[in-house]
Design a protein around this ligand. Structure first.
Ligand code: COA
Length: 164
């Protein structure tokens, strides 16, 4: 059973000091149109609005003033955290925001959370490079895990300790 998190985001927001007007905050239902627009632009198989709404209490947004530039969905299961989604608006990609956003949220997790897990398509090289930079290592592969065109694509399961 996963549940929502109340995170102290002050240190996460300190990582963004060099990026004027950017900050991280928990998402709410009013953010759904902007979150959904980014999901549509960044995913070949986007989550539906209903799916995004169902996990809104586990979602954090990266904002520039009132404009949402990215979102992350994290689920907590006992002493583990799982990354369920991360997306940065294409116009804001390649500027370090994805890395800072994820790094900030990992640092903000309560100390009882020991491991952080994620799954990624084997062909998503950009995301995999980001995860390697943040200290994630491959721990398993799931064969034919994702839809890919008319076929299937394998997933990498990656993990890192939360405190390192
Ligand atoms: C994966 C994703 C979240 C990365 O977000 P991002 O903000 O572009 O990530 P970063 O900017 O931190 O890093 C990406 C690249 O930009 C480079 N970069 C970082 N800061 C930079 C800067 N100031 N100027 C130029 N480039 C920079 C990084 O070195 C990195 O290069 P690399 O891909 O060659 O290793 C984003 O590409 C995305 O939304 N993808 C679609 C959704 C997706 O695939 N999600 C993952 C699901 S598992």
């Amino acid at each position: 059973m996963s549940h929502s998190l109340v995170l102290d985001l002050s240190d996460a927001n300190k990582l963004l000091v060099g990026h004027q007007d950017h900050y991280i905050r928990p998402a709410n239902s009013k953010d759904l149109p902007q979150i959904s627009a980014i999901e549509q632009l960044t995913s070949a198989y986007p989550c539906s609005n209903k799916q995004l709404q169902n996990c809104i209490h586990q979602t954090y947004v990266l904002c520039q003033e009132s404009a949402i530039q990215g979102f992350i969905v994290i689920a907590i299961v006992e002493n583990q955290a799982e990354l369920h989604n991360i997306a940065i608006n294409p116009e804001a990609q390649g500027k370090g925001f994805g890395s800072l956003f994820l790094q900030g949220l990992i640092q903000a997790l309560p100390t009882r959370i020991e491991q952080f897990y994620l799954e990624v398509r084997v062909g998503n090289y950009r995301a995999i490079r980001l995860y390697h930079r943040l200290g994630f290592v491959k721990i398993a592969e799931r064969k034919d895990y994702y839809r890919h065109g008319l076929g299937r694509e394998d997933a990498l399961v990656m993990a890192r300790p939360c405190k390192q």
